[in-house]
Design a protein around this ligand. Structure first.
Ligand SMILES: NC(=O)c1ccc[n+]([C@@H]2O[C@H](COP(=O)([O-])OP(=O)(O)OC[C@H]3O[C@@H](n4cnc5c(N)ncnc54)[C@H](O)[C@@H]3O)[C@@H](O)[C@H]2O)c1
Length: 322
């Protein structure tokens, strides 16, 4: 039986992956500092003898060393995301210092590390869809939203340097916009979290810009399945894997879809939020779509849940909080 360390276990992906690993007879140590995740996401598993929760920080190198030594592999999810409403410092420090600790101990004890990066690294590349070989187009340093993509990009390069220097077994996932039960209820969780709350409260959907920017949304079960395939497959090591859903949808269409699930047959209430209202200069990514050919052909990844099925499940889950 394998033992896995999940960092960021109380977060959205972490808590859903925990469920999958426990169902698959893995033992799990879960680490989280509860800065963004929620202990309620771990409630169903707290008396499971195959699960141990450790409250702590990935920047604590000795704690990481102690935990990595005890497991067979690590799925490293703990991170800060796009500093849309916050500052860039936490994002840069947590994502780089914390990840370095994981790679350092992972390579020291020869433990596989699944590192989770983001589709945000493709940035403003106008050539869609994005394959793992696509170029990464990042905006100006003065625009703090890019600190997230740059921190993950740095981590990806760090992963390759650990692989080169120490033959460390590391696999890199680039997730494309996840949604589903246990998602963070604020913008941290993505636009769908906020739209669902607004729709349930019968308030206008707060859409950034004019809503014509597109994304491709991935139901959490598909994210978890993709992560599981990368974790279990030795041939995933040393490579980057897109995990997402190829369907492209504008943010405005997403909002309308959510509104229609909550208030069928009525006109959505919408409030457009200008990018100028964010502190500092903000720059959005106008289109984002993955090419999943590699993950499908080489890992057997399949997208099983589309928005029509996944969004109502997410709305049902989120209703309990209002
Ligand atoms: N959810 C998505 O759509 C998405 C898309 C692209 C990439 N990702 C990446 O996937 C990973 C998981 O994302 P998520 O949506 O579950 O995020 P999340 O914020 O829900 O979960 C991250 C967890 O990490 C914890 N954490 C943050 N800083 C920590 C620290 N210093 N020490 C210990 N724990 C810490 C938080 O408390 C939280 O529980 C992240 O690395 C993220 O960058 C997610």
């Amino acid at each position: 039986m394998q033992k896995i360390l999940i960092t960021g276990v109380a977060g959205f992906v972490g808590s859903n992956l925990l469920q999958k690993l426990l169902n698959s007879n893995y033992q799990v140590i879960g680490l989280d500092n509860l800065s963004q995740g929620n202990i309620r996401n771990l409630e169903p598993h707290k008396s499971n003898s195959s699960f141990e929760f450790v409250e702590g920080d990935i920047r604590d190198a000795s704690l990481i060393d102690e935990l990595v030594q005890k497991v067979d592999a690590v799925v490293h999810l703990a991170a800060f995301k796009i500093p849309r409403y916050g500052n860039a410092m936490d994002t840069l420090k947590i994502n780089t210092h914390g990840t370095k600790n994981i790679f350092e101990s992972g390579s020291k004890y020869k433990r596989k590390v699944v590192f989770t990066s983001t589709s945000d690294v493709y940035g403003k590349n106008p050539n869609l869809p994005f394959s793992e070989e696509s170029d990464l187009f990042i905006g100006q340093t003065s625009i703090k939203r890019w600190s997230y993509a740059v921190s993950k990009l740095y981590d990806e390069h760090l992963a390759y340097s650990y692989m080169e220097e120490f033959n460390a077994p590391i696999a890199i996932i680039r997730y494309f916009g996840g949604y589903g039960p246990n998602q963070n209820l604020t913008w941290w969780g993505g636009p769908q979290s906020v739209f669902i709350e607004k729709a349930i409260k019968n308030e206008p959907l707060t859409i950034h810009g004019d809503g014509s920017q597109t994304r491709s949304f991935t139901f959490v079960e598909d994210m978890v399945e993709g992560t599981f395939l990368v974790l279990e497959s030795d041939k995933a090591n040393g490579e980057v894997w897109n995990i997402g859903n190829e369907r492209e949808i504008t943010i405005k269409e997403l909002g309308e879809m959510i509104w229609n699930f909550v208030h069928p047959g009525t006109e959505p209430k919408v409030e457009l939020i200008s990018y100028r209202s964010f502190s500092g200069h903000y720059e959005d990514v106008m289109r984002r779509v993955p090419d999943l050919t590699k993950s499908k052909e080489r890992l057997g990844y399949r997208v099983t849940t589309q928005l029509e099925e996944g969004l109502p499940q997410t709305v049902r889950w989120q209703r309990q909080f209002y």
